[in-house]
Design a protein around this ligand. Structure first.
Ligand SMILES: C[S@@+](CC[C@H](N)C(=O)[O-])C[C@H]1O[C@@H](n2cnc3c(N)ncnc32)[C@H](O)[C@@H]1O
Length: 271
């Protein structure tokens, strides 16, 4: 399986996430964020709509829409332990929304063509084995005029900075694949045949910053990785840190978890 030059099976990513699923259920970065709020505003009312949360992890994004009375929410993830954190029947009973979980990778979604009004994926595309294939699959699931919403780690457009950022991300999470830039996302979505009315970069999941130690606790990479990240950030200097939005407080670096939010719309005439 192709993964930006490294061979890694999709099971490896799922297994790693399965083992640390609970960290994501309780993670303050994943539970809520300014981009989640922004996405709700951008999409507007979703009452009666069919929603699909791809690479849902502990399900924070899909769950955040339940109170808005969609018709159904389908949660998709390859990690069984992640899906087991989503109590579909309790959610359905509480909300009267049809809720189900599907175990699958984004690159092969076992769901019918044109079956959703909104397909969304958050903080996960950087793990996908084949991003264009995943985008094609997510677009396939959309009804005409359906919307594809992607929130993910933003790749810096400058190649040198992107290389450094990638090094830090890999230390933080060995299953990190690639952070895509805002411009690249526009190209990817347009390449899949959908219009892109919204593409916002320079966003953050954690405006006050996540201390490096806590950031590494979520991914369970240990204090050694956190120490290596601190060394790299110190060596990189204040200008590079500033370009990545990384601040320092009380001898610890604060990671903003920079993101991009892109919304694509499937043309009316296309199924
Ligand atoms: C950081 S977690 C998800 C965060 C979640 N979307 C949220 O907003 O809280 C990343 C998820 O991507 C899933 N994943 C990894 N590779 C995947 C792939 N190729 N297709 C779909 N999901 C994948 C992992 O199992 C994991 O649950």
């Amino acid at each position: 399986v192709r993964k930006e030059g490294r061979a890694i099976s999709t099971n490896a990513a799922a297994e790693r996430f399965g083992a640390i699923a609970k960290n994501y259920a309780t993670s303050e970065v994943h539970r809520s964020s300014p981009t989640m709020t922004m996405l709700h505003e951008l999409l507007g009312p979703v009452a009666g709509a069919s929603l699909c949360d791809v690479a849902c992890g502990a399900g924070h994004l899909g769950r955040s829409f339940l109170a808005e009375d969609p018709r159904e929410v389908v949660f998709v993830d390859p990690a069984e332990q992640m899906l087991s954190l989503i109590d579909a029947s309790a959610m359905a009973a509480d909300s009267r929304v049809a809720v189900r979980t599907v175990r699958a990778v984004a690159e092969r979604l076992p769901l019918p063509d044109a079956s959703f009004d909104v397909v969304m994926t958050r903080l996960a595309a950087h793990h996908f084995t084949d991003i264009p294939a995943a985008v094609a699959e997510m677009v396939r699931l959309l009804r005409p005029a359906g919307r594809l919403a992607i929130i993910d780690l933003e790749g810096p457009p400058d190649p040198e900075l992107a290389r450094f950022n990638h090094e830090i991300e890999l230390l933080h999470d060995p299953t990190h694949g690639r952070s895509v830039s805002r411009k690249e996302w526009i190209t990817l979505l347009q390449g899949a045949g959908i219009n892109v009315p919204v593409a916002r970069g320079g966003l953050t999941e954690a405006p006050s910053g996540v201390p490096v130690g806590r950031w590494c606790e979520i991914t369970a990479v240990g204090e050694e990785a956190a120490a290596a990240i601190r060394v790299r950030l110190t060596e990189a200097g204040p200008e590079v840190r500033g370009q990545l939005g990384i601040r320092e407080r009380g001898g610890e670096y604060l990671i903003p978890v920079r993101t991009v939010l892109v919304v694509g719309v499937k043309p009316l005439g296309r199924i």
